[in-house]
Each structure stands twice: as structure tokens, then as C-alpha cells.
Design a protein around this ligand. Structure first.
Ligand SMILES: [Fe+2]
Length: 233
């Protein structure tokens, strides 16, 4: 309750990342889905309130419970490349873990959804269950709204959304791209992503946004081609 407000913001955004990554992770199942969907909904509804009014015990209680639920989800389902890259942003640029995850999360959600109907539907279904968008909305629009909602929450909680706005010199960041990508591919969370990157993935560092990643070449779905991922990384 007495910790700096940024602790609430960063740790809560980490919980949201745990929720959305475990939802589409390699070992997700109906039980982890239920935990992840509920945790995501609680964070989407309550985290900004925790940030604004740190003495709101009711909001903090449910966010704490959501953190536990998301932990159970990702401990069984796995995580994904938002965490793989976030770990590198922490190691190389000293970005706090939850903030680094949140910087990556909207881009990873949009990326996974653009490449996988499985991910598209699960993200959309979870967001619709939160009640923040209509059930009749198309999955594609719902996922775009989800990404915008994450970024809106970051604005509401005064979170920098790029490495540049965090204070990192773009030129210095560019020098580290290969290190970041190589480290992310070796991260323990990387195999959890439903989509495996067949060739190159790298951080797309520009002056406008230093935390967007994009892929080059094609991808494969782990569940449809289970024997491929290990050999391709
Ligand atoms: Fe995390």
C-alpha cells in the first residue's frame, strides 16, 4: 500500500502479460484459460484504480487475487515472446520487468493474432468476456481494441511505452538489437509461444518506437507442426 505508484502499475501490467501470454501459450488448456481470462478481466477493470487510489483495498485485493490466478495459469501453460524480449530489455537496458512486458504486449498480441486464428479468437474471446467490448464485435476488431486498451492503461498510469521514452538513446538501443534478439531466442519463455519464428525476429528500433518487433519470413504453428520448432530456432 505504501510502495511507489509505479510498483502497482508495473506489477499489474506484468499480471496482464502473464494472463494474455498464457492464454495462447503452447500448453494452455481449459483450466489455465479460465484462470487467465478472469485475471485479465480483473486487471483491465481494476489496475488503473489501484494506481490512482492506492488506498482502495477492495481493488487491490482483487488485483492481488488476479496475480495469483495468472501465476497458476502461466506456471502450467507457459508464456511467450513478450516475456522473452522483456527479459532482454531488463538485462540490457534496465527496464523494470512489468514495464518491459507491457511495452511489448500490445505488439505481441497484434502479431500473434495476425498470424494465428487460434490466438486471434482466444484474445478476442477473453476481451469480450471482460465486458469492455460487445460480444457481437468481430474478433479482429476486438483484438485491435484490446491492444489499444493496454496502451491506454499505460498512458493512464504514466508508463513510458518505448525505450526512447524510458530514456534510452536510440543509437545505443540499435547497437544492441542482435544481442536482444539472440538472448530472447534462448529465453526459457520463448518456446511457449504458439508461433515459432522460423528465421529472423528482431527489435525494430526507430526514433518513433524502439520496442516494436517484427518478423521476417514465414512462421509455423507449433500445434500443426510439432516437430519443427526446436530445429528452427
Ligand atoms: Fe512477468
Amino acid at each position: 500500500m505504501t510502495a511507489p505508484k509505479s510498483v502497482s502499475a508495473f506489477s499489474g501490467l506484468d499480471v496482464l502479460t502473464h494472463s494474455l501470454e498464457s492464454l495462447v501459450a503452447q500448453d494452455s488448456n481449459t483450466i489455465t484459460d479460465a484462470l487467465a481470462e478472469k485475471a485479465a478481466s480483473v486487471i483491465l477493470h481494476n489496475l488503473v484504480e489501484c494506481y490512482r487510489h492506492g488506498d482502495n483495498e477492495a481493488a487491490r485485493k482483487v488485483v492481488h487475487e488476479a496475480s495469483c490466478a495468472a501465476g497458476m495459469a502461466f506456471a502450467n501453460a507457459g508464456l511467450g515472446i513478450a516475456h522473452s524480449i522483456a527479459h532482454q530489455l531488463g538485462a540490457n537496458f534496465h527496464v523494470p520487468h512489468g514495464l518491459a512486458c507491457a511495452m511489448m504486449l500490445p505488439h505481441v498480441v497484434l502479431y500473434n493474432a495476425s498470424k494465428s486464428d487460434f490466438a486471434l479468437h482466444k484474445y478476442a474471446e477473453a476481451f469480450k468476456k471482460s465486458g469492455l467490448v460487445s460480444n457481437s464485435m468481430s474478433d479482429r476488431i476486438a483484438v485491435k481494441r484490446l491492444a489499444v486498451q493496454i496502451q491506454h492503461m499505460m498512458v493512464e498510469m504514466d508508463c513510458p511505452q518505448t525505450l526512447k521514452s524510458f530514456g534510452i538513446d536510440p543509437a545505443e538501443a540499435l547497437k544492441m538489437v542482435d544481442t536482444v534478439v539472440d538472448g530472447a531466442k534462448k529465453d526459457g519463455t520463448f518456446p511457449g509461444n504458439q508461433l515459432c519464428l522460423q528465421t529472423k525476429t528482431w527489435l525494430h528500433c526507430t526514433n518513433k518506437s524502439l520496442n516494436k518487433f517484427r518478423e521476417e519470413a514465414h512462421l509455423c504453428h507449433r500445434k500443426s507442426l510439432p516437430s519443427m520448432p526446436g530445429a528452427l530456432l
